[in-house]
Design a protein around this ligand. Sequence first.
Ligand code: SF4
Ligand code: SF4
Length: 454
Amino acid sequence: MADRSTRSLPPSTPTPAEDLLDALGPIKGFHDTSHLGAFGMPSGAMTEDMLAGEAVASQATRFGPLEKVHAFWFAGMSCDGCSVAATGATNPSVESMMLGAHPGIPRVILHHPVINIESGPHYLRPAEEAIEGTLGAPYVVILEGSIADEVVAHAAGGYWSATGEEPWGADGELRPVSSTEWIARLAPNAAAMIAIGTCATWGGVPSAEGNPTGAMSLMDFLGKDYRSVLGVPVVNVPGCPPVGDNFTETVAAVLYFLQGFGPLPEFDELGRPAWLFGETVHRRCVRGAYYEEGTFAQEFGDPECLVEIGCWGPVVNCNITSRGAVKGIGGCMNAGGACIGCTMPGFPDKFTPFYKRPPGSLASTTVSRMVGSIIRPLRKFSNNNLNREARWDRQGAAPSAFSREKYEPSPLADVGHRFYDKMRRASDTARGDAAVWGKRPDEAPSGGRPRTHT
Ligand code: SF4
Ligand code: SF4
């Protein structure tokens, strides 16, 4: 069988999702939960029922036709890091969306294998209803982890990653249902398909060179013509793991759209939220000024720009330095880590070996070093002057015991500062009548005494 990860797909070629459904055939029926009793859940409690008392939106808060939206979370070839990232989000938080706490956003009925309290067939029943068309509310599907090529596994009599069992085997036997199969069956009637994390958005680590699974992204699986029932292409929130707030904010924006508040938010040509991934991470990096001044870290722990020890930030779309990792805090370069491009479609193969200088950085760092060797002393010169009160210039000394070891500006430096002040004040329309503060004594209308050098 051809390797789907490398062959190109002309428009008429069936998508991998269609290939899989062809290989598996139609489903034969669902669990009869009326005979299951308390299978795996002696308390009999369902998450939706448990939260309903607190969460049901009223007419006064929902501001739209939808009271609730189901969100089915599936994990493919995944490490569960995206679940950790999403549950750590704060703006908005998963809990607040499950509780319908945001006016205008329908409450989210989340079906997540780690968060929900129901288990077994009771956990799977809403997904069955979504396939049957009896769910009674719109649904979105969220995928973490990449899509394994289950056609290959099926042909060998196995599967790569599964979520539960259904009576879809020969003669109604129970068989494990791959996450890939759930996605293929749920996608046609979903209100939106959302990929979280780089494995789901672009294939990520499981699709790296040498992988045996044919791992691919949700976009690759559903094909470029995929649209949800509301006309939405696959939405991608990349990152390994992604910033949790990037994900929940995007979900909230899509839910506002589903509720009828305005158009679909702006996504770029790859389905990324354009307002979050439109800039390179370098442009907001806390170490950017070091790059500009041509000073570079030589080992981790140094405060300067990390490009020479492997940072790809100048060519990577990411917002973690401005948004932070969790609750606005942390994030790679903020915390000392170099960017390895984890949000990018080319990750990881186009960024390896990690923590080696990107070859293309040599030209720009050489120029930065040359310019910086001139700019840094000039800035230091002005910085020295700006670290002095105008009063100290007149008095000729800074009155701090800490400055005992600090020399006053030399006569040459002082002439330079005066020259700089003249340039600065050339456009000062308040000159003359203004108070003396901030002016050199020889330009002040009155007061001040000539400075002396010690
Ligand atoms: S650490 Fe990376 S992102 Fe930050 S300034 Fe240096 S190259 Fe740019
Ligand atoms: S800075 Fe680089 S490594 Fe860090 S999250 Fe962004 S893309 Fe990933």
